[in-house]
Design a protein around this ligand. Structure first.
Ligand SMILES: [Zn+2]
Length: 564
């Protein structure tokens, strides 16, 4: 498993770099021998031109508090706090941008408010990072150096979520805007001269008007390995969250099932992940009639993509199977949706995009578990050959389903894919889908709905989701919800004619296709997959990229003694 290098990408922004400017070399810190001869000055360390330094500012007892390496800023802060036109109190999410005009060897300093140390949470740190990014963009900073040592002592744990919030904001979808789009110039940024500098890049194909270079700088020998891991995670995380956003934002005339299959195959190949694509003929041989029924009204052929990541050491490895709904456009079919906001239905493949990105991210982080992602791409369209209400279709599992509403199509796709997932001998199956509009009514836009048949998996997912700022809330899976979905003429109906408990009914329908004894969870992201406007580190419109981090972390942690 060879990680991608930045040079293998077509265009990469921003560049993220970890620079250690301390006095101990790698060998020194390992052997504890003293060698101050290799000391380097801060400005020399990266050999780069940085226009803005970012200093995290905490408060303690109502007073500004700058720990660690940022101590030289302390007296400056005192003066600024008194003389600034708007007094800067360091409150969480606030910032102060100071222009020095080069007199301090740096053009500008961005003081990023973190708030009271005692009240910090991972999510608050993430939001403070998001706020700092917004300020850096509005001040037109082209290159920033984050002084990581300002996260000292107990605050160290908040650096990673802060950096996440900073980077998750680095996204725009301007691929189809003709004005002002400047393609990224390859190799234009200078490389660090110090050999310890690690460079990774977040691909930003549609990048515009944001910092193009981000340095994380530290002189603390004790923190350097942790910081370098934080930077590695943050840059990989941003890359694959942005991949999810790119795929989900793609309009359906370009984002067809074949486009997604080819795109994912290409990325998988570069990462050493095995990718197999099933055509509709292949799906027919697999008896996936529910999946095929959804796409039978479309001119565009469906594709099922199977990504398979194998860890190097297979001993003790679990097999986590992810199943994703990939409806590239959901018109509702013959049960046509109303026209208002139908354009959002290009996002109905976000579950598949999220599962794919989580698989790639886990592969990049060298997960010790095997991951198989089964992604069902197809298009739900009305036509002379489309599925009709009243039709009866035989599922791969052998159960027959009477179609009541052709807009309840996601569960049909997932039912066949969940049944198919048992072929991979899974330790755990998790499906993710923009499944029901009803989930917005039930839970609003603060969390995704979570269902599961295994208490340990449910609590692990909730814990990981809380930590990632991607909340999950459990709803019931009682079979009683199925009573209204018993058909007179088939084994099951795909929905029923009232709208009660729609999110739960969909989940209970899926449960009928999960092999008995297999731990399984279902995540409904219909409310969270796009147009999430209340998080300052997520684009307000379009795809959110949420839940990639949670699924990747699940893959990384599942089966570890400290996790389940
Ligand atoms: Zn639908």
């Amino acid at each position: 498993m060879k990680p991608q290098t930045s040079s293998s990408r077509a265009s990469s922004f921003p560049e993220l770099l970890f620079v250690y400017g301390g006095s101990e070399t790698v060998q020194d810190s390992k052997t504890k021998s003293r060698s101050k001869g290799s000391a380097q000055k801060k400005q020399d360390a990266s050999g780069s031109e940085i226009d803005t330094e970012v200093v995290a500012v905490f408060t303690e007892g109502g007073k500004l508090h700058v720990p660690g390496d940022a101590a030289p800023y302390f007296s400056l802060l005192g003066r600024l706090a008194t003389h600034a036109q708007t007094p800067f109190a360091g409150r969480q999410g606030t910032s102060l941008f100071v222009r020095f005009g080069g007199e301090r060897g740096i053009e500008n300093v961005l003081l990023a408010g973190m708030g009271a140390v005692s009240e910090l949470t991972e999510e608050k740190a993430r939001q403070a990072g998001g706020a700092a990014w917004i300020r850096a963009v509005s001040e037109k900073s082209a290159s920033v150096r984050i002084l990581a040592d300002t996260f000292a002592g107990a605050q160290k744990a908040y650096f990673r979520p802060w950096l996440e919030g900073f980077l998750l904001n680095a996204y725009q979808f301007k691929k189809y805007r003709s004005e002002g789009v400047k393609p990224a110039a390859e190799g234009s940024s200078k490389k660090g001269t110090k050999k310890e500098a690690q460079s990774t890049a977040v691909p930003r194909s549609h990048f515009q008007g944001m910092p193009t270079r981000i340095e994380v700088f530290s002189t603390d020998a004790a923190s350097r390995f942790q910081l370098s891991e934080d930077v590695e995670w943050a840059s990989a995380m941003a890359e694959y969250v942005n991949l999810t956003r790119d795929l989900s934002n793609e309009p359906s005339n370009a984002g067809t099932p074949t486009f997604f299959a080819e795109t994912l195959e290409r990325i998988a190949k570069a990462l050493g992940v095995k990718a197999t694509t099933l055509t509709e003929a292949d799906a027919g041989r697999e008896r996936m009639n529910l999946y095929l029924a959804v796409g039978q009204g479309s001119e565009r052929e469906g594709r099922i993509v199977i990504l398979d990541y194998q860890p190097k050491a297979t001993k003790n490895a679990k097999t986590v199977v992810l199943v994703g709904k990939g409806v590239t456009f959901d018109s509702g079919g013959i049960s046509l949706k109303p026209g208002l906001r139908m354009e959002d239905m290009k996002h109905d493949m976000t579950g598949a995009a999220t599962a794919a990105a989580a698989t790639f991210l886990a592969a990049r982080m060298k997960a010790e578990n095997r991951v198989v992602a089964i992604l069902g791409f197809t298009e739900n369209m009305p036509s002379g050959t489309a599925l009709q209400p009243g039709n009866i279709i035989k599922a791969r599992s052998g159960k027959t389903v009477e179609i009541i509403n052709t807009d309840a199509e996601g569960r049909l796709i997932l039912a066949d894919l969940l049944d198919f997932s048992s072929e991979f001998d899974p330790s755990l199956v998790v499906d993710i889908a923009t499944l029901t509009g009803a989930v917005s009514t039930a839970l609003g836009k603060q969390c995704a709905a979570l269902f599961g048949n295994d208490l340990g998996v449910v609590s692990l997912l909730k814990r990981i989701g809380d930590s990632a700022g991607e909340r999950l809330w459990e709803l019931p899976l009682w079979d009683e919800y199925l009573h209204d979905m018993r058909s007179d003429v088939a084994d099951l109906k795909n929905t029923c004619n009232d709208s009660l408990g729609g999110t739960i009914r969909a989940a209970v329908f899926l449960k009928q296709f999960v092999k008995k004894g297999t731990p399984w969870a279902h995540i409904d992201i219909a409310a969270m997959g796009f147009h999430v406007s209340h998080l300052n580190y997520i684009p307000k419109r379009g795809a959110s990229g949420l839940y990639v981090r949670t699924l990747a972390r699940l893959i990384l942690d599942y089966g570890k003694s400290n996790a389940t």
